[in-house]
Design a protein around this ligand. Structure first.
Ligand code: SAM
Length: 254
C-alpha cells in the first residue's frame, strides 16, 4: 500500500532531523566514517557492476562511497530513486553490490529481500550490511535506552508484521543478531546461492557514549576519543561480548 502524504512528510522530517543531529555531533560522524570504511573495504570492485544502497534515509553514504546509488522506500531530494527492499527495480544479475546500513532490522519481510538480492546480484557480487548487534553489554542499553523494540524470541526470516500500513521506521533490533547467530544455518539453507564471507563485531560503549541521534555526546570529545582508542585494543573475543554493531558481507556464489 502506498504511503500517505502525511507518512511521507513525517519520514522525510525524520531524515532531516538525523541530518541535523549528525552535523552537530563529531563523535557520531567519526563512528560513521569508520563504519562506512568497513563497508567500503568489504565491497567488490566497482567494475563488477552498479552499487546500490537500500534504505539510505539521511544519505550519509554519499560522502563515504560516492558511487553508490542512494535509494529509499520514501524518496527524499538527495536520493536517486524510490526503492522497496522487497521488490527491487533492477534486472536479474545486474548489480555489483547492495549496501544496507541499519535497514535489515526495519524490513517487514527479510526473506523477500534476500530472495530479491539473490535475483539482482551478479555472481561474485556482494551484499554488505552494518546493523545493531545484541551482545551481553549492548543488550541492556538497546533494551532500556533505545526507542526501537528488541525481541529475541522471533523467527528472523518470517514476516515481521501482517500490516501493509507499516511505518518505515518500525523495527526489531534483534533481527541481524538472530539471523547471523542462532539462525545462521537456516539462512544458509534458505539461500544456497549466498555465501557468508565475513562477520565482524565492533563498537563498544563508545557508541552509546556518542549520544547517537537522540542525545549529545555524554563525554567530552578528548575523553570519548580515549575510550574509542582503548576499545580498538580489545582482543576480538572481548570485543564481541561488548559489541554494539555487526557487519556481514555476503557473496552471491552460485
Ligand atoms: C534507521 S534508517 C537508516 C537510514 C540510513 N541507512 C542510515 O544509516 O543513516 C532505516 C531506513 O530504512 C528505510 N526502509 C525501511 N523499510 C524499507 C523497505 N522495505 N525498503 C527500503 N527501505 C526501507 C527507512 O525509510 C529508513 O530510511
Amino acid at each position: 500500500m502506498p504511503f500517505s502524504d502525511e507518512q511521507r512528510a513525517r519520514t522525510i522530517a525524520r531524515f532531516e532531523e538525523h541530518r541535523r543531529a549528525w552535523a552537530e555531533n563529531p563523535a557520531l560522524r567519526a563512528l560513521y566514517a569508520e563504519w562506512y570504511g568497513r563497508i567500503a573495504a568489504a565491497l567488490p570492485p566497482p567494475a563488477l557492476g552498479p552499487r546500490v544502497e537500500i534504505g539510505s534515509g539521511p544519505g550519509f553514504a554519499r560522502q563515504f562511497i560516492p558511487d553508490l546509488e542512494l535509494t529509499d522506500l520514501v524518496r527524499a531530494p538527495w536520493h536517486d530513486r524510490e526503492v522497496s527492499a522487497e521488490a527491487l527495480p533492477y534486472d536479474d544479475a545486474s548489480l555489483g553490490a547492495i549496501v544496507l546500513f541499519d535497514v535489515l532490522h526495519h524490513l517487514p519481510s527479510p526473506r523477500k529481500f534476500f530472495a530479491e538480492a539473490v535475483r539482482v546480484l551478479r555472481p561474485g557480487a556482494r551484499l554488505v550490511m552494518c546493523e545493531p548487534y545484541v551482545s551481553p553489554v549492548s543488550y541492556p542499553v538497546y533494551k532500556l535506552f533505545h526507542d526501537e523494540p528488541l525481541a529475541l524470541r522471533v523467527d528472523p526470516l518470517a514476516d515481521q508484521t501482517g500490516s501493509d500500513a507499516r511505518d518505515p521506521f518500525d523495527s526489531n533490533q534483534a533481527i541481524p543478531t538472530l539471523l547471523f547467530g542462532r539462525a545462521r544455518a537456516t539462512f544458509e539453507s534458505a539461500f544456497p546461492a549466498l555465501t557468508i564471507r565475513a562477520v565482524e563485531y565492533f563498537a563498544g560503549l563508545s557508541y552509546p557514549a556518542s549520544g547517537g541521534f537522540s542525545r549529545r555526546p555524554i563525554l567530552p570529545m578528548p575523553l570519548w576519543s580515549l575510550l574509542r582508542g582503548l576499545e580498538a585494543r580489545l582482543p576480538a573475543a572481548i570485543l564481541r561480548r561488548t559489541a554494539f554493531r555487526i557487519l556481514v558481507a555476503i557473496e552471491r556464489t552460485l
